[in-house]
Ligand binder design. Structure first.
Ligand code: ATP
Ligand code: MG
Length: 292
């Protein structure tokens, strides 16, 4: 039983790349909250949840120490801090890579060539683990927080190890990635003790179920089309993962309407085939939740 007045807590990034989507996920999960500027805490309505706003670097340890039950944070930060937390789900946003990059004009091509050189990074633990594994021992790791990409031009470092998503910042500074150290995305983490406490675990599972329904819906589109009746079998075979589409008769003889859900990343391939089979008026609409 949940003790009166006790909510589970989730820590999210206060201000930064992960903030907006972290809050969108929570809002879409039916928890209702207001954010007041400067406040570090929000109590939710409709679900016994408190939201704590933190710098992303602090989230893993906060969860590890039980000051928060859950957290949404990049897996890069969890790896760097080495916090003892349980990873529950990958959330499919905040994707990036931690990469080693060198100035284009340095002529360096392989990470092995960095022996005896300086690498600037905000991720010294991940980097030294990676270099160790590669057997590259003699590297000077220059720990720096913020503006890592300018260090080579200032002759503070010979290479950098930093996060990249599109690569535009690296290009702007004439840096070329030569090695991926880690792939990262936002994850939902939990304190291990939270998961062994009955009432908390129940709330965590309810929240996860809602989050999954929302994430699944984002990846899926509802597709409606008209088609000749005789194409139904071919169309059914084209539509991926569809168990049984809704088929409705139309006023015009020989024509039917077909409704089904299609994974977004497959939509264009599917649409081209549907047209070949005579489907017309293909209407695509977003799905808000997909509860299985
Ligand atoms: P804070 O003030 O909370 O410490 P920050 O400046 O450390 O913020 P952000 O730049 O907002 O952090 O990035 C937060 C997370 O977003 C990163 O740890 C990473 O998981 C993810 N991310 C995705 N793409 C990128 C990118 N191109 N550069 C940096 N981080 C990225
Ligand atoms: Mg940070």
């Amino acid at each position: 039983m949940k003790p009166d007045g006790n909510n589970i807590k989730i820590a999210v990034q206060k201000k930064g790349r992960l903030s907006e989507f972290s809050l969108e996920i929570l809002k879409s999960s039916g928890v209702d909250f207001e954010i007041h500027q400067g406040r570090l805490f929000a109590r939710c309505r409709k679900f016994p949840l408190d939201i704590i706003f933190l710098r992303d670097d602090d989230i893993p340890e906060y969860v590890q120490d039980g000051n928060s039950d859950l957290g949404i944070v990049g897996s890069n930060v969890v790896s760097e801090t080495g916090a003892r937390v349980v990873t529950l789900d990958a959330l499919g946003f905040g994707r990036c890579e931690l990469s080693i990059a060198v100035p284009g004009k340095s002529g360096l091509k392989k990470v092995e060539e960095l022996e005896g050189k300086r690498i600037a990074t905000s991720y010294p633990n991940i980097l030294s683990g990676f270099l160790d594994e590669k057997g590259i021992r003699d590297v000077n790791i220059v720990e720096i927080h913020g503006s890592v990409e300018i260090t080579p031009s200032m002759d503070v470092a010979d290479a950098i190890c930093d996060l990249v998503s599109t690569g535009s910042t690296m290009r702007l500074h004439e840096l070329v990635p030569i090695e991926t150290v880690l792939e990262s995305e936002a994850i939902l983490i939990a304190n291990p003790d939270t998961l062994s406490e009955g009432w908390k675990l129940e709330l965590v599972e309810r929240l996860r179920f809602r989050i999954q329904s929302y994430l699944r819906a984002r990846k899926t589109k509802y597709v409606m089309m008209n088609a000749p009746e005789e194409s139904l079998e071919k169309i059914r075979q084209t539509l991926p993962g569809m168990k049984s589409p809704t088929v409705l008769p139309l006023a015009r003889e020989g024509l039917i309407a077909i409704h089904t859900a299609v994974p977004e990343d497959q939509f264009w391939n599917v649409a081209e085939q549907l047209k070949e089979f005579g489907a017309t008026d293909i209407l695509v609409v977003p799905i808000e939740k997909l509860v299985l």
